[in-house]
Design a protein around this ligand. Structure first.
Ligand SMILES: [Ca+2]
Ligand SMILES: [Ca+2]
Ligand SMILES: [Ca+2]
Ligand SMILES: [Ca+2]
Ligand SMILES: [Zn+2]
Length: 396
């Protein structure tokens, strides 16, 4: 009996030791961490606001003949909202179609600015480069960036076309706002970082922080009150909600900056990058009624879809039936007020992939998408329906 007890104690002691070795030691930092983590590669490093700011200044210094950098406004926390223009004769306003690319309306959607920083670098670095056999197969520019293996060698887009970059730069005015919400990027937040004073701004004390900038554009705000269920009035009205639209339209520095900039330019097409979901949507975003330029939206969207393999949702499909209509988006405002053919581009399968290869591929693919959009902008004006943005029936 006594002997049995001793053995049992011994066993319990040994089990405790094993438990400590396998469980407690890692907590104390004495673990076999090299083995545990060796299979996980370093997570991809996304640009910080400051890193992007430094890079853009460097690129502007180096490529001042084709790139300009301008602050179009200042965020609540005092960060410049940078706008990059790419074009030949960049200091002049030329008779060339304008194309607008935006990222980070939602600061936690990191691929949305990463693709634009990558695109800017690609454009300025290839503009002055002679036509080059980048993959060394003896052929020059045989596989430009378009999502296809044009030469059938099993590699995709391995020989980008310098000539194509030059043509686009010489015939388009490209405007890019990579971080619409620099504070949101720094805070890794969907909303900006300005304080809220109750849903309508009447409270004396701060009640919460942040507005969803892509609900803050002046696009039919009053419809919320006519159709509160359809437009999720409560979710959008509560200032603590992740979809809070602000106390009134254009209440935020960031949306004011975009509005004031856009109103000074003649822009044909706009892509606003977000993540995630691998799909594209376009106006109207508040109703299933087709927009006057529905055919053109589908035509351009289908061609983008061939490059990135993303799904183009038609207005009546999926999004609105499932999530209801959305008011106050930049896309609706850009299209209704400025006649700009504008899309939301939801990148990636997750909000901020950490796999470097995944991020690189999405950046490269969307160089192809952006180049296509610039090329297509040459004919957009003549393709558009005779649409009077001010006419009564187009108001709703
Ligand atoms: Ca090449
Ligand atoms: Ca080649
Ligand atoms: Ca190829
Ligand atoms: Ca290709
Ligand atoms: Zn978003």
């Amino acid at each position: 009996m006594y002997k049995n007890m001793a053995i049992r104690k011994c066993i319990i002691f040994l089990v405790l030791c094993l438990f400590l070795l396998t469980t407690a030691f890692p907590i104390l930092g004495i673990s076999q961490s090299n083995q545990t983590y060796s299979n996980i590669s370093d997570p991809y490093h996304y640009f910080t606001y400051q890193e992007m700011t430094d890079l853009l200044h460097d690129l502007e210094d180096t490529y001042s003949d084709i790139m300009s950098l301008e602050s179009i406004g200042v965020s609540y926390e005092g960060r410049d909202i940078w706008m990059v223009k790419l074009s030949d004769n960049v200091e002049d306003t030329e008779n060339e179609p304008g194309v607008l690319f935006m990222g980070a309306h939602h600061g936690n959607e990191k691929p949305s600015f990463e693709v634009l920083i990558f695109f800017i670098q690609h454009m300025v670095e290839n503009y002055g480069k002679e036509n080059t056999d980048d993959d060394g197969d003896g052929l020059v520019n045989e596989d430009p960036i378009d999502g296809f293996d044009n030469d059938g060698d099993g590699l995709v887009d391995e020989d980008p076309s310098e000539e194509r970059v030059r043509n686009v730069m010489n015939n388009t005015q490209i405007f890019l706002i990579p971080m619409v919400s620099p504070d949101g990027v720094e805070a890794n937040s969907r909303k900006n970082c300005a304080p809220n004073y109750g849903p309508f701004g009447f409270s004396k004390e701060i009640t919460s922080y942040g507005v969803n900038l892509n609900r803050n554009y002046d696009d039919h705000w009053f419809l919320y009150y006519l159709f509160p269920m359809k437009y999720h009035l409560v979710m959008n009205m509560l200032d603590s909600s992740f979809n809070y639209r602000g106390p009134y339209p254009f209440s935020e520095n960031e949306t004011i900056s975009v509005r004031d900039f856009v109103e000074t330019q003649d822009i044909s097409i706009s892509l606003s990058y977000h993540s995630y979901g691998e799909f594209m949507i376009y106006p109207w975003m508040h109703t299933t009624r087709p927009a006057p330029d529905e055919d053109l939206f589908i035509s351009i969207g289908d061609n983008m879809s061939k490059i990135n393999n993303y799904y183009l949702y038609l207005g009546g499909q999926y999004i609105i039936p499932r999530y209801g209509g959305t008011l106050g988006t930049s896309e609706n405002w850009l299209y209704r007020e400025r006649g700009i053919i504008s899309y939301t581009m939801e990148l990636c399968k997750e909000r901020a992939p950490s796999n470097s290869a995944v991020v690189y591929n999405v950046c490269l693919t969307h160089v192809g998408v952006n180049l296509y959009v610039c090329e297509r902008s040459q004919t957009v004006k003549s393709e558009k329906s005779p649409y009077e943005s001010a006419s009564f029936f187009n108001r709703f």
